[in-house]
Design a protein around this ligand. Structure first.
Ligand SMILES: NC(=O)c1ccc[n+]([C@@H]2O[C@H](COP(=O)([O-])OP(=O)(O)OC[C@H]3O[C@@H](n4cnc5c(N)ncnc54)[C@H](OP(=O)(O)O)[C@@H]3O)[C@@H](O)[C@H]2O)c1
Length: 334
């Protein structure tokens, strides 16, 4: 079977471009050895953290190797198998994204997924997958949000942010979200039930946020960093909590940007700022899937996806994350 895959050719400086990548075709042998499993991918995820892995430096995870297929979350179906635990037709999630098909020696890197009648398998890469768990653990555990609190979430129309805001509504919070277009802002308030949505391109975020939160903010879920973090700090209530989830505004910076110039508010307001990585919260996975499945079934959480077609669109989809081209989870259908 022929499979196309995307290799990293060079480590990008600043915003990546097509020159840093190569779309190539390999042959995946269908002649399987004992216990081998052949998987055809259905959907792959593009995620902001992948930019960090393209830097050539180790962060909390190793950098991508050059001249090899990139990796990342994906779901696929077993199309040939010589392993009794992985029969043909099994739906699986795994980390062999950025390619159409692959073979594993013994299925150990695969996770079985249930086939659900009313939900697309892509949901395991979004609301029921890594971004959903990030939102759930970040809001409820890292920021320890309590009922009735005022929550501000940046990147609010994205995969993580949209779920954060909806969980905060379920927990009876007052929710303010920021995003980059008025269409997204309207989506947050009319479809997802946010109390207030701010378009940071319309006016300085600090000014808009001060108007939206006259009584202060208990929890800030930071997906953006930079000016958004700086805007939130002086508006935090005493003993407020900031979950530092991401800083997408800075991922393509060639030089580290300045830290928030008003960090002294962390002292003045006795704040807790806690960075976190979702993989540290694997212990919450079972509760998360139980709660999120129920919320989705009841219509309390809606999970929009932005889907592009074909592996050749994976790079534009990835770059689109930095231009705000997605509403909800950005995915590639393979
Ligand atoms: N800590 C963890 O374990 C963990 C896990 C998953 C994700 N994350 C982080 O969480 C954040 C959201 O991830 P996601 O997967 O949900 O992505 P996403 O929000 O679905 O997509 C990225 C969004 O970021 C916004 N954006 C891009 N550049 C921006 C800028 N310069 N200023 C403000 N907004 C900008 C865009 O929306 P607009 O139209 O609103 O600009 C874009 O749609 C990222 O920072 C990511 O790295 C962290």
């Amino acid at each position: 079977m022929l499979s196309r895959e995307i290799h990293l050719k060079s480590y990008p400086k600043g915003l990546p471009s097509s020159e840093n990548f190569e779309l190539t075709t390999v042959t995946v042998s269908e002649d399987l050895g004992d216990k081998e499993v052949l998987v055809r991918n259905l959907y792959m995820s593009v995620d902001p953290y992948m930019r960090g892995r393209m830097s050539g430096k180790k962060t909390y995870v190793d950098p991508f190797a050059l001249n090899e297929a990139l990796t990342g979350g994906a779901v696929g179906r077993v199309v040939a198998s010589r392993h009794n635990d992985w029969p043909v037709g099994t739906l699986v999630s795994h980390f062999f994204g950025w390619r159409e098909a692959f073979k594993t020696a013994d299925g150990r890197q695969l996770t079985k997924l249930p086939d659900m009648q009313d939900l697309s398998p892509s949901v395991w890469l979004g609301a029921l997958g890594m971004p959903g768990l990030t939102a759930y653990a970040g809001l409820l555990e890292v920021a320890a949000m309590k009922e009735g609190e005022t929550v501000f979430v940046s990147g609010a129309a994205g995969a993580v942010g949209a779920i954060v805001g909806q969980i905060a509504k379920i927990k009876k919070g007052r929710v303010i979200g920021s995003c980059g277009t008025s269409e997204k802002a309207a989506y947050l308030t009319t479809e997802l039930g946010f109390d207030t949505a701010l378009n940071y391109r319309q006016a300085p975020i600090a000014q808009q946020l001060a108007q939206a939160a006259p009584d202060g903010i208990d929890v800030y879920f930071d997906n953006v960093g930079g000016d958004h973090l700086e805007a939130a700090l002086p508006l935090m209530k005493n003993f407020g909590r900031i979950a530092l989830c991401g800083a997408i505004a800075q991922y393509n910076d060639q030089e580290p940007g300045p830290g928030p110039k008003n960090l002294a508010f962390a002292i003045i307001r006795r704040l807790t700022l806690r960075g976190f990585i979702v993989s540290d919260f694997a212990g919450m996975q079972k509760d998360f899937v139980r709660d999120m499945s129920l919320w989705m079934k009841e219509g309390q959480v809606k999970a929009r996806e932005t889907i592009v077609e074909g592996l050749d669109q994976a790079l534009p989809a990835f770059l689109g994350l930095f231009k705000g081209e997605n509403t909800g989870k950005m995915l590639v259908r393979l």
